[in-house]
Design a protein around this ligand. Structure first.
Ligand SMILES: Cc1cc2nc3c(=O)[nH]c(=O)nc-3n(C[C@H](O)[C@H](O)[C@H](O)COP(=O)(O)OP(=O)(O)OC[C@H]3O[C@@H](n4cnc5c(N)ncnc54)[C@H](O)[C@@H]3O)c2cc1C
Length: 460
């Protein structure tokens, strides 16, 4: 009885996914939202059944955002961030029966995706958008919208009852002897291990001279851009020629704005990601073979590329230069500064524009980590995610942590699993030395309970 109920949850979820697949094969234009909604509803119904019939499953089925470890608690692991990286770490820690909590600054799991611009679709098809243990509920070649990805992450946290505490922002992490002290907007946590689980895209990066732009010029970073309605009529400067810049530029040009996209080109993927060959083999070759297996810190070519990737933009993936040209987007050299309130390019040209969208990248936002583990350029010092010189500090999700795929949805699970394995081994060693110390002091084994707050997945 106990073991059948969680299967019911998964079966219902998968049935809904299959039903969606059947529907969307007939009507491919329909989004995955309806299927996702039905999957979430199915999950809620199954959870209801679990709560009613199976008291042992209560802990797993309860809302992850309402329950879990409270501030003030001492715990094995604090995971910071409940995006794909943090949830993946949570999944692998839970599988090993380790006590942990995931702290998330946003009000809702998946909000990082929901807050991206309205028309954004993932460049990875559904088969590359699944985290370990739960398939993305859409046909494999479907490109989800950003809201569908946000909903999938929320579903993932709920499905595995991961102990996420939303609305809790970490303000500082420091170490006192062998334990980490995590100060948050919701109180203090203490842990033997801390995982910073997030991509490098936490804060906008905008040049200082942006403040000198005329007040009537509407300016925003790509993190704030939602849709063309926020812009004034007239010309737009897109500062930055990476993926975000190219996608926003083409959207605005098609809405009738004169668009100038400034910045050095980053190259482009030489095929159409929606085309037959991409679906048939090129996406697999590029993302699963090249990005995941070849470009890693364990290959000479990977190490060479890592140095480049950390300091340059990635090539254009969906939008092609010829599409930008066809939409009327003008290319220009880098923005160098501001003259009399207007942006000026490094070839001296002054642009009389009504709007500027800064697609100039992001900062890591790791200032809350008060530990001596950063290089001069802000890059954390780590060995495949394990911080150098710290007894229990880790990173997951950052650019090229282990491979080019480390910050992508399909690549993060492998890193999360490796870090969970390291933590499990260190916890085991610590508990064995506890037992030895206790036995030495009292002549009997330690009562330390290891299994705890989060029963391993599949055991409840
Ligand atoms: C525009 C865009 C499109 C992308 N498209 C794709 C795609 O199609 N396919 C793909 O594989 N990858 C894509 N990526 C890359 C990557 O998958 C995403 O950036 C993804 O959001 C990274 O997930 P993450 O969990 O590592 O980090 P994040 O999504 O950034 O999650 C980190 C979480 O940590 C929280 N947090 C941050 N600081 C704190 C703190 N101090 N205290 C508590 N919580 C905190 C944040 O609120 C956030 O929820 C895209 C990236 C961008 C920018």
């Amino acid at each position: 009885m106990t073991s059948m109920k969680p299967t019911l949850t998964l079966d219902m979820f998968l049935e809904e996914g299959a039903a969606f697949e059947a529907i969307s094969e007939q009507r491919p234009a329909v989004g995955a939202n309806a299927a996702m909604r039905r999957a979430i509803d199915a999950l809620a119904i199954a959870e209801e059944a679990l709560r009613d019939d199976c008291p042992h499953a209560r802990g797993r089925a309860a809302s992850p955002t309402r329950e879990g470890v409270q501030a003030g608690a001492s715990i094995d692991v604090v995971v910071i961030g409940a995006g794909q990286a943090g949830l993946s770490v949570g999944y692998h820690l839970k599988k090993r029966g380790i006590r942990f909590v995931i702290l998330e600054g946003a009000g809702r799991v998946g909000d990082t995706w929901r807050k991206r611009w309205d028309s954004l679709r993932l460049f990875t098809p559904a088969w590359l958008d699944s985290l370990d243990g739960l398939p993305f509920p859409a046909p494999r070649d479907y490109f989800p919208t950003k809201d569908e990805m946000g909903d999938y992450l929320e579903l993932y946290a709920k499905h595995f009852a991961l102990p996420v505490r939303t609305g809790v922002r970490v303000e500082s992490v420091s170490r006192e002897n062998e334990r980490y002290v995590v100060q948050t907007t919701g109180g203090v946590y203490e842990a033997a291990h801390v995982v910073v689980a997030m991509a490098n895209y936490q804060r906008r990066k905008v040049p200082d001279f942006a403040r000198q732009l005329r007040a009537d010029i509407v300016q925003m970073h790509s993190l704030e851009y939602r849709n063309p309605s926020a812009l004034r009529p007239g010309a737009v400067l897109i500062a930055g020629a990476g993926n975000s810049g190219a996608e926003i530029a083409i959207e605005l040009a098609r809405r009738g704005h004169e668009v100038i996209m400034a910045g050095r080109g980053t190259g482009n993927v030489p095929y159409d990601i929606h085309g037959f060959w991409a679906r048939f083999c090129l996406m697999r070759l590029l993302l699963r073979v090249f990005f995941h297996r070849i470009l890693t810190v364990r290959t000479p070519f990977g190490r060479k590329m890592r140095a480049k990737v950390l300091h340059q933009g990635t090539p254009l993936i969906r939008v092609k230069p010829k599409e930008l040209a066809a939409a009327g987007v003008e290319r220009a050299s880098r923005v160098a500064g501001v003259r009399e309130g207007l942006p000026v390019l490094d070839d001296g040209r002054v642009l009389d524009v009504a709007n500027v969208v800064w697609c100039t990248g992001f900062e890591r936002g790791f200032e809350f980590v008060k530990l001596p583990i950063f290089e001069a350029d802000g890059e954390p010092r780590h060995d495949e995610g394990v911080a150098v010189g710290e007894p229990g500090f880790y990173f997951v999700g950052t650019h090229f942590l282990y491979a080019m795929s480390s910050s992508m949805i399909h690549g993060v699970g492998r890193d999360a699993e490796r870090i969970a394995r390291v933590i499990a081994a260190r916890c085991k060693r610590a508990s064995q030395s506890d037992i030895r110390a206790h036995a030495h002091a009292h002549g009997s084994p330690s009562p330390r309970d290891l299994s705890l707050e989060n029963p391993p997945l599949g055991t409840s």
